[in-house]
Design a protein around this ligand. Structure first.
Ligand code: NAD
Ligand code: DAU
Length: 358
């Protein structure tokens, strides 16, 4: 075994931020396995793609022969598993791919990781880690005054996406409990930042505002999410990978609860300042029919990772949203390249029964 790590889904939003951060801060090589779905984009990694410590492999996490070959060839010290179908609205319209990738894909990786790990010498077995990147959505929805989700909160997933991630978390837990595979699981709140596909709230709103389109806020806009700048999530994953205890789960959050309407208004305020138009961008806000089964509130209690591993988020919501809006303004070519073809089909389908709001 050497020091390298095998990453899945490294061409997606969080994965590509992680790959860039890893190569900037760590010395070990990284192999990135990604099937390049609509959400995967190699342009995110153009700045490091030729580097000697980086290798991209185009493939599916369900291709077990491929995964086994990667373990055999690269002898990694860890796997960091990001690959997933990640958008709740897509899971509502078409859940099957979520089961295939998030549930069966995680099972395939666990089986191949177990086979590789079992054949390692004992000292390497102790070093190896399988880090599974998961979400706070597995815990369900909070009432306004409920305490934030902790690692002991009971699972109560509500959307097909959340259920598929909950299932994958349970598989990871079982592979540790039964086979002693040294796993780590992180459950993080809503991320935002560079390279996020403009189907998720923050980049969708920036994209629509700049195009002069309406800003479709679901329901009454009072749903709460706990926002985390993506670089903070990536630093938390690196911290858990080096210092986390095998078999444990760690909640990662930004202590940054905001109502959706507040988030959209913050984006509009930054845009009004950085790219002034004749009217405030907030005039484009439109309330549209709610997401079915829409979770009311998420909030993460990240005191365990802070207390036990010494990790703390560095970027406030105000700073992060400003950086994010500025990034999208500076990378309109990136947005243009991914918002053609199938993106337009998705937006037309998703917002068709919401008054064609977007
Ligand atoms: P994303 O949708 O932007 O990227 C997913 C990546 O996985 C893409 O590059 C895609 O090509 C790849 N992929 C999908 N199916 C694959 C398959 N079968 N084989 C190989 N590669 C495949 O997702 P994201 O927002 O970057 O999320 C990454 C991970 O973090 C996910 O597991 C998600 O559940 C979790 N997470 C996301 C958030 C968030 O706010 N975005 C918060 C907490 C946890
Ligand atoms: O909590 C972590 C999760 O956060 C991740 O596991 C998921 O992968 C990620 O997609 C995200 O899920 P959400 O459903 O919370 O994110 P999304 O950006 O889709 O929506 C955020 C909130 O904004 C949610 O309450 C729905 C609302 N919304 C979203 C869209 C796309 C709108 O009001 N209008 C919209 O057009």
């Amino acid at each position: 075994m050497n020091d390298s790590i095998l990453v899945t889904g490294g061409a997606g939003f969080i994965g590509s931020n992680f790959v860039l951060q890893w190569l900037a801060h760590e010395s070990a090589p990284l192999i990135n396995l990604d099937s390049l779905t609509y959400a995967g984009n190699l342009a995110n990694l153009a700045s490091i793609s030729e580097g000697p410590r980086y290798r991209f492999v185009h493939g599916d996490i369900n291709d077990r022969a491929l995964v086994a070959g990667l373990f055999r060839r690269h002898q990694p010290a860890a796997m960091v598993h990001f690959a997933a179908e990640s958008h709740v609205d897509r899971s509502i319209l078409g859940p099957e791919e979520f089961i295939r990738t998030n549930v069966h894909g995680t099972f395939s990786l666990l089986e191949e990781a177990k086979a590789y790990w079992k054949a390692l010498p004992e000292c390497d077995q102790q070093r190896f880690r399988f880090l599974h990147v998961s979400t706070d959505e597995v815990y369900g929805s909070l009432g306004e005054h409920d305490p934030a989700f902790s690692e002991t909160t009971a699972y109560a997933p509500n959307s097909p996406y959340a259920a598929s991630k909950a299932a994958s978390d349970h598989l990871v837990r079982a592979w540790h409990h039964t086979y002693e595979l040294p796993t780590l699981t992180t459950n993080c709140s809503n991320n935002y930042g560079p390279f996020q596909f403009p189907e998720k709230l923050i980049p969708l709103m920036i994209h629509n505002a700049l195009a002069g389109k309406t800003l479709p806020v679901y329901g009454d806009g009072q749903n709460v999410r706990d926002w985390m700048y993506v670089e903070d999530h990536c630093s938390a994953i690196r911290c858990v990978l080096s210092n986390g205890r095998p078999g444990e789960t760690y909640n990662i959050g930004g202590r940054s609860e905001r109502r959706n309407l507040e988030v959209v208004r913050s984006i509009c305020a930054v845009l009004d300042e950085l790219r002034p138009a004749a009217h405030s961008y907030a005039d484009l806000i439109t309330f549209v029919p709610d997401r079915p089964g829409h979770d009311r509130r998420y909030a993460i209690d990240s005191s365990r990772v802070e207390r036990e591993l010494g990790w703390h988020p560095q970027v406030s919501f105000e700073d992060g949203i400003r950086r994010t809006v500025a990034w999208y303004l500076d990378h309109q070519d990136w947005v243009a390249a991914i918002t053609s073809g199938s993106y337009r089909d998705w937006i037309a389908t998703q917002y068709a029964n919401r008054g064609g709001a977007a």
